[in-house]
Structure formats: structure tokens, C-alpha cells
Design a protein around this ligand. Structure first.
Ligand SMILES: C[S@@+](CC[C@H](N)C(=O)[O-])C[C@H]1O[C@@H](n2cnc3c(N)ncnc32)[C@H](O)[C@@H]1O
Length: 256
């Protein structure tokens, strides 16, 4: 068991058997055939390069268990920095956009911790919208959210008025797309690729969102580890860069 799965074996044991790895391995334990079969299926999916979160069907995010499905980006730990900023700084009663919402992880975590707020969640991908809805419903948050299809590069004419815009857009450059590890390649390229220099979504959202704010602009972006200076250059307003726990640029806050 451990020889084939290595470091991932303990996590699989909890998932499949609800028991620790050492307990399952100890003498005298009988593991039901059905569990052994599921284990074999998981092993072959993960060893073929499929992300573990797609195999398990969920991932921890903030204090939630976000449902994950192939076709939609797996929420990352780094994105919790954006969520923490939003929870701290959204004005009372705010309506916020979770733009490029993917699984809905950002909206779900913020709505849960800020029960005074409401969200408009949008994405170009129907698979993402369906998963976002499922995650919001799972935590009883769907009655404070609207979920709809929206193309950032299309018309913004009818976009609803908001107090703040939260967004983790695709931000990987063309050069970095070439270097992605095998498991990340299993996630949708549409969720990763941000144009030649990785900044296409920031440019268009900063420009087109101007008309959407009820008051002064308030944008909280997730950014790539080396994109802080570029975002500061793009922003027409004062801009603050926050770092993640590894000391990398991770969030850009723009306040009009
Ligand atoms: C980096 S993922 C972020 C997902 C989620 N917010 C998160 O933090 O895990 C970017 C999302 O942008 C969406 N997307 C890609 N192109 C888009 C477009 N033109 N308009 C709107 N959303 C788009 C993708 O479908 C994907 O769900």
C-alpha cells in the first residue's frame, strides 16, 4: 500500500476507511472488499496523474470543504489571503462580485463569515457555475447569492451595481503555461491562462468595472507571486500589495 502511494497513503486511508493508516496496516484488521476495490481505483487514478482533489471530490478551503469536480479549478490555499482581506474590509451590508468564481470557494467563504453581505458570482464556464451553486447550497448560502454566466471580455452593460469586486482570474503567462506540472495540466486551461504576459484579465476588469461600483472602486485581486509591480503599474488608483505566508506577492487591493 505505502510503496505505491507514498506520502498520500494516510490521506487515502482516512478518506476510504475513516481510519488512520497505521490502524489499517496493523495486524488483525479486516478491510472490507468494497474498500479495497475503491482504494485500487483511487490509486490508479492518482498514479495516472489525476489531482487527488478530483478523486476525493472535495478539498479543504478556509473552514469549508469545497466540492471539486474535473473541469473546474481546484481551490488553492493561496486564495485564502484574498478571502481574509475581504472578510476584514468589506463595508457593512456589502454586495460583492465573485468574478471568475470557479467552484464558488471565495463567495462561499466570505458569505459564511460575513452574514451581512450578498454576492453576485459569475464565470464563463457552465461547469463552474453549476459547481459554484452546489457549494453555495451545501452551506446554506445560495439565498444570498446570484450565479450567472458572464464573459469578462464581453459587454458589461447589464452587470449589477456592487460595492466591491473580488477576483482570482486566470493569470498564468504563455511562457509559464509551458512549464505546468502534469497534475495542474489536468485542470482546465481556461482557468489558468491569462494571456501572453498573464495580465489580460486584470487590464480588462480594472477598465470595465469602473461603471459597476456604487461608490469608489474597491477591487481585491489574487495575483501571481511576481505580479505585484505590474499590478501597481496598471492600477489607476492607490494600490496595496499583500504577501502570502511564503512571502510572495499574492493579493492586490485597489481603492478608488
Ligand atoms: C483561477 S480560476 C478561479 C476560480 C475560483 N475563483 C478560485 O479561486 O478557485 C479562474 C476562473 O475564470 C474563469 N474564466 C476564464 N475565462 C473567463 C472569462 N472570459 N470570463 C469569465 N470567467 C472566465 C474560469 O472558468 C475559471 O473558473
Amino acid at each position: 500500500m505505502s510503496a505505491r502511494l507514498g506520502d498520500e497513503a494516510p490521506a487515502f486511508c482516512w478518506y476510504l476507511f475513516d481510519r488512520s493508516f497505521s490502524d489499517v496496516r496493523s495486524d488483525g484488521n479486516e478491510v472490507p472488499d468494497e474498500c479495497v476495490n475503491r482504494y485500487g481505483e483511487c490509486v490508479s487514478r492518482v498514479t495516472s496523474g489525476e489531482p487527488m482533489q478530483y478523486v476525493f471530490g472535495y478539498t479543504p478551503f478556509y473552514d469549508l470543504q469545497i466540492v471539486c469536480r474535473p473541469g473546474v479549478l481546484i481551490p488553492r490555499y493561496d486564495t485564502e489571503v484574498l478571502v481574509g482581506e475581504a472578510i476584514k474590509t468589506l463595508p457593512p451590508g456589502a454586495v460583492f462580485a465573485d468574478m471568475c468564481c470557479g467552484s464558488g470557494c471565495i463567495a462561499a467563504a466570505v458569505l459564511r463569515h460575513r452574514p451581512d453581505t450578498r454576492a453576485v458570482c459569475c464565470d464563463i464556464s457552465e461547469e463552474a457555475l453549476s459547481l459554484a451553486w452546489d457549494n453555495l447550497e451545501k452551506y446554506g448560502l445560495a439565498d444570498r447569492a446570484r450565479v450567472f454566466r458572464f464573459d469578462v471580455f464581453g459587454s458589461w452593460e447589464s452587470f449589477p451595481l456592487i460595492d466591491a469586486l473580488l477576483c482570482n482570474p486566470p493569470y498564468i503567462s504563455a511562457a509559464d503555461m509551458e512549464k505546468l506540472p502534469e497534475n495542474v495540466r489536468r485542470e482546465p486551461a481556461i482557468a489558468l491562462y491569462g494571456g501572453e504576459d498573464g495580465l489580460d484579465f486584470y487590464r480588462v476588469i480594472i477598465e470595465k468595472s469602473k461603471r459597476c461600483f456604487k461608490g469608489p472602486a474597491h477591487i481585491i485581486f489574487e495575483i501571481g507571486y511576481d505580479q505585484g509591480a505590474a499590478l501597481t503599474g496598471l492600477s489607476p488608483h492607490p494600490c496595496t500589495i499583500k504577501k502570502d505566508l511564503s512571502g510572495n506577492d499574492r493579493v492586490c487591493i485597489i481603492r478608488g
